[in-house]
Design a protein around this ligand. Structure first.
Ligand code: PMP
Length: 342
């Protein structure tokens, strides 16, 4: 008899309960490394969980009424998640998106029924056309609800009540206990919610930050200082130039600062060796998890995430020409094209 996969009556029911994949084809030192496949959520990322939790919290708190409008400032996975859940529940979703974002993302959001308003990418916080300021202003002017993942407690709450318990139950079923969890921080929702859950459920579990080189968060974990020395990075969805208000990183004790090159190579290796197509932040998390695993002297169980699907990055980090153009891969010099067509 085949085991029975669930039957859903609404796509929102398909959010969460994602599988764990054990990495067996990469060198994990003395450790066992598991990836939680958040790319298998219906909207394609870990953000589906907070799309659901933030909208349901607003319903419970009476902040949105049937037929009402929700606004958020992002073209990223949170926008896709909110557009998916809002549509199913009958809310209008407005997304304020900086104009440097890939056209595909805007097409995807519009195809899901969201209204997308593009704004300038070349202005910063405090400018009326900065995407976050614009979302807040439009919400005030039109009576829309600004859901703001960076300050919304329902964001970490989703991970405290779903992602965390799932990881613990799956590890128990596999006969292991999670010694370390490796997280990236965008809004900080994942790291905050998981560390709150494990603080009571299994306090020995350690939290490790995977941070793109250039972000201020790694330095913040190590020193408590918020640096103004911000670099740039190409990995998407994680790393910040500020500490998000919703983030409580007090239980995160170790940080790895990962260069883009190492992140992209890790994501490419994950596809080649394990057959798992993850996005760029998955590369950063995997690279940090592998560094952490190889540093251990005794066996540990480490859990990290495939945060979103690599589909969105096929023309970037999975494209050899893009990798070469950006200095992340060397051009083969053989005098013919064999390496490129191999
Ligand atoms: N990976 C990707 C691809 C993301 O879009 C995000 C969220 N921006 C994260 C990781 C980090 O999650 P969080 O916002 O919970 O810190």
């Amino acid at each position: 008899m085949p085991s029975t996969a669930p039957v859903f009556h609404n796509v929102i029911e398909a959010i969460g309960n994602t599988p764990l994949h054990e990495v067996t084809a990469l060198d994990t030192g003395p450790c066992r490394l598991f990836l939680k496949l958040e790319n298998q959520n219906p909207g394609g990322s870990i953000k589906d969980r907070i799309g659901r939790s933030m909208i349901e919290a607003a319903e419970r708190d009476g902040l949105i009424a049937p037929g009402g409008t929700i606004v958020e400032a992002t073209a990223g996975n949170t926008g896709l998640a909110l557009a998916l859940v809002a549509r199913q529940k009958g809310y209008r979703m407005v997304l304020i998106v900086p104009d440097k974002m890939a056209q595909e993302k805007v097409f995807h959001l519009r195809a899901m029924g969201a209204d997308v308003i593009t704004t300038r990418s070349d202005v910063g916080k405090g400018h009326p056309e900065y995407y976050q300021d614009m979302a807040e202003r439009l919400a005030g002017e039109n009576g829309w609800y600004y859901i703001n993942q960076f300050a919304n407690p329902a964001n970490p709450h989703a991970h405290e009540t779903t992602t965390g318990p799932e990881i613990l139950a799956q590890c128990e079923a596999a006969g292991v206990a999670p010694d370390a969890i490796v997280c990236g921080v965008g809004s900080g929702g994942t790291a905050t919610g998981l560390s709150r859950f494990f603080a009571t459920a299994r306090p020995e579990t350690q939290f490790v930050l995977a941070d793109p080189e250039g972000s201020i968060l790694g330095h913040y974990i190590e020193t408590g200082e918020v640096s103004t020395d911000v670099g740039s990075w190409l990995v998407e969805g994680i790393g910040e130039d500020f500490v998000p208000p919703v983030a409580d990183l007090s239980r995160v004790k170790t940080a790895y600062s990962i260069p883009d090159r190492e992140s992209f190579q890790a994501a490419r290796e994950l596809l080649r060796r394990e057959g798992v197509l993850g996005g760029s932040s998955t590369g950063t998390l995997l690279a940090a998890a592998l560094r952490h695993a190889r540093r251990q002297t005794e066996s540990q169980t480490i859990v990290t995430f495939v945060c979103d699907s690599g589909n969105k990055y096929l023309s970037k980090m999975f494209n050899d020409f893009w990798m070469i153009d950006n200095g992340f891969m060397e051009t083969p010099h053989k005098g013919d094209l064999t390496d490129l067509v191999a």
